[in-house]
Design a protein around this ligand. Structure first.
Ligand code: ADP
Ligand code: MG
Length: 408
């Protein structure tokens, strides 16, 4: 299956045509100030390419989780103000999504102009489970493009959503992958087909239950899965160790035991830490010490100690595996990296990713935040995925409605 790309659309010619673009402008705000404009900067190139080519660009996007009706605090106004500062083209924001303002401003666009429609989630039909409701909203979006429109999906972070502005519009207009979506898909394809081996996956984060589906799908695909973060304690419990007050999902122990059993037959090796950093309590300034992973209750903190990071021996062993790999996917911090005292494991993994000759991919919101907080540059990694949920669902082997609808 292949999808058409933005470059193909531009080659077809877009001058004077209305092109609907789904962008990811879901930026964090402090009141009306954009605190991280990364997604706006990332969205700019596709909009600019279309504007340069003379298109009349209609941008749709969501911000936050409004409940299907306009709410001032979820207006795209601050995001669009920042876009306008960065943009070499004229950009305006409609006061509504498909109402009078959108129609009037769309009608007044000249070639190369950009109009952002107000938050698509101000309309309850955007996220409706009812195909007809979503379809009706999509019809109104598509109507703004006149009779020669096209659709470009550039919002990778939303491709796992069957929403009107992501999925339904693509069933009604000639549709194309924007550059952000195209890059993500190419990267994820490398992780799932023709993967260069050894393929090492590093999994961490807080809850094992968030990652079960991806672990399941990686059995037999990854050569090695390195286990860190809060989920490592459910793995330790699954092999019979006590974990004191550490994060434990007791109900998932049988599931993890099943994975451990299936893994060796599938040719996938799990590597569980042999040492961990145990703290007296969950706090930045908590007392802490390194103990063997099978003796967590023997720390000075006894049965109340909590494991907040992988230990140095494990971190070094993980780093060796990463450096010997040809492909590495990392999702989930190794410890509570938000506290300096428990960030060493996560830092060691990030460092190893920058030193390995392997193709490296970092996925997950907190993982991406961690590498930046710890002072690494995006350019030190092969790829940092912009869509945590979407990339995990892709690796789980799920159908992503916003991607498959672009296939033809
Ligand atoms: P991502 O967003 O990259 O997918 P997750 O959301 O799964 O990652 O997990 C990130 C969180 O996991 C971080 O906030 C981190 O503090 C937490 N975490 C990591 N190790 C532990 C631990 N040992 N105990 C509790 N929380 C942990
Ligand atoms: Mg997260």
């Amino acid at each position: 299956m292949t999808s058409h790309t933005l470059n193909e659309l531009i080659a077809e010619g877009v001058r004077g045509r209305y092109i609907l673009v789904r962008s990811d402008l879901n930026v964090p705000l402090d009141g009306s100030t954009v605190t991280d404009d990364g997604r706006i900067k990332a969205s700019l190139p596709v909009i600019e390419k279309l504007s340069d080519a003379g298109a009349r660009v209609l941008v749709t996007a969501h911000l936050g989780r409004p409940k299907g009706a306009p709410e001032a605090k979820y207006s795209l106004k601050p995001a669009v103000a920042r876009l306008a500062e960065l943009a070499p083209f004229r950009v305006r924001l409609a006061a509504d999504t498909v109402g009078e303002s959108a129609k009037e401003l769309a009608g007044a666009l000249e070639d190369g102009d950009v109009l952002v429609l107000e938050n698509v989630r101000f309309d309850a039909r955007e996220t409706s489970k009812d195909d007809a409701e979503r379809g009706a909203f999509a019809d109104e979006l598509v109507a703004l493009t006149g009779d020669n429109g096209a659709f470009v999906d550039d919002a990778f972070g939303a491709v796992h959503r069957k929403h009107a502005s992501v999925y339904d519009v693509a069933t009604k207009l000639p549709s194309y992958q924007g550059d952000l979506v195209h890059t993500e898909v190419e990267v994820l394809r490398k992780l799932t087909t023709e993967t260069q081996r050894p393929y090492v996956v590093v999994l961490g984060g807080s809850k094992v239950s968030d990652k079960l589906a991806v672990i399941d799908n990686l059995l037999g695909k990854a050569d090695t899965i390195l286990v860190g973060g809060g989920m490592l304690f459910t793995f330790l419990a699954a092999v019979g160790h006590k974990v004191a007050g550490s994060l434990l999902e007791a109900d998932q122990i049988p599931v993890v035991q099943d994975y451990l059993k299936r893994a060796s037959d599938a040719g996938t090796a799990f590597v569980i830490p042999t040492d961990v950093v145990v703290a007296s309590r969950f706090a930045a300034d908590a007392e802490h010490e390194v103990v063997a992973a099978d003796a967590i209750e023997d720390s000075s903190f006894g049965a109340t100690g909590i494991g907040l990071d992988i230990g140095p021996v494990s971190a070094a062993a993980f780093a060796e595996q990463i450096k010997a790999a040809k492909t590495v996917f990392w999702n989930g911090p190794m410890g509570v990296f938000e506290f300096e005292a428990f960030s060493d494991g996560t830092r060691a993994i990030a460092q190893a990713l920058t030193e390995t000759p392997a193709f490296t991919v970092v996925g997950g919101g907190d993982s991406a935040a961690a590498v930046r907080t710890l002072g690494f540059e995006d350019s030190q990694f092969g790829h940092i995925s912009t869509g945590g949920g979407a990339s995990l669902e892709y690796l789980e082997g799920k159908d992503l409605p916003g991607l498959s609808v672009l296939d033809r």
